[in-house]
Ligand binder design. Structure first.
Ligand SMILES: C[S@@+](CC[C@H](N)C(=O)[O-])C[C@H]1O[C@@H](n2cnc3c(N)ncnc32)[C@H](O)[C@@H]1O
Length: 256
């Protein structure tokens, strides 16, 4: 269990009082010191045990991890894949919330991957043993040997939760992760609705449309849900997408 202290010093968090939907920072208060932290400053947030969980899970009521894991479990069952032997790669694993839920649901082998060493450190500190291994790399820049090493993991399911679009995981990294999977593997992701607009020119949107139109990814299920609240208390709608990778994806797909 994570205590809301860091170095033994209690801390609190304040959300902006009259926030607009565009506000994405909160105030971290410890020992009389007030620090403004952006919600996407993961490297900073992860250094404080329980801070990500307090802000994102408790105050902003984020549901993406549980929605994604429920979806993954249902999809695996429908396709007759046994949870006890299912091998999962969790891309953008953060502090390990998705891994923890997968393990609790009976999945025995989950490997985490994030580009931040702070994410791995936080996961090892707060959720040791959840992941069989936790890799720190940016797959977009990774050497071929690193991708080959990933492929040796024989993953049949890729989860990518709240980590795509809007400057998060770039398409090149997602495609390399997809290509490291084995056979007709499953992809479970949660994505902001705006990145699925036909007009969106976000790199994720372009890659997603190219993957589906090109026959590399078959969407099996798409459903809307409230991902979390924004700082003004309004719901942010995401889509749970469950797909099957039907063919290796060209790495330069969206340049073609
Ligand atoms: C909003 S957090 C979500 C964490 C976790 N999936 C969850 O639902 O709790 C997004 C995560 O994506 C990671 N991320 C961003 N860019 C990445 C990249 N290029 N490769 C791997 N992870 C990345 C961030 O470091 C961060 O931990």
């Amino acid at each position: 269990m994570i205590k809301d202290t860091a170095d033994g010093t209690p801390w609190t968090v304040e959300l902006p009082e009259r926030a607009s939907a565009r506000d994405e920072s909160f105030v971290f208060v410890r020992d009389g010191h007030r620090e403004l932290i952006h919600l996407h400053d993961y490297a900073r947030i992860y250094t404080v045990p329980g801070l990500y969980e307090r802000v994102v899970q408790d105050l902003l009521q984020c549901r993406s991890p549980i929605v994604a894991v429920d979806g993954a479990i249902a999809a695996a069952a429908e396709l007759g894949r046994a949870l006890a032997t299912l091998r999962v790669l969790d891309l953008g694993a953060g502090v390990g919330l998705v891994g923890e839920l997968l393990r609790a649901a009976g999945v025995s082998a989950v490997v985490g991957l994030d580009n931040l060493v702070e994410a791995r450190d936080a996961c090892m500190r707060d959720r040791p043993g959840v992941y069989e291994d936790y890799l720190v790399t940016d797959l977009e820049l990774a050497e071929p040997a690193a991708i080959e090493h990933l492929a040796e993991g024989q993953f049949e399911l890729l989860t990518c939760v709240g980590a795509l679009g809007g400057g998060h995981i770039p398409p090149g990294a997602l495609i390399r992760a997809l290509n490291s999977l084995t056979g007709e593997a499953l992809l479970v992701m949660t994505v902001h609705e705006r990145w699925l607009d036909v007009d969106s020119v976000d790199p994720f949107s372009l890659a997603f449309r190219a993957m589906t139109a090109g026959g590399y990814l078959e969407v099996l299920q798409a459903s809307s849900f409230t991902h979390r609240l924004d700082m003004s208390g309004d719901p942010i709608t995401f889509r749970l997408l469950i797909g099957r990778r039907t063919a290796p994806v060209p790495v330069d797909l969206i340049l073609m």
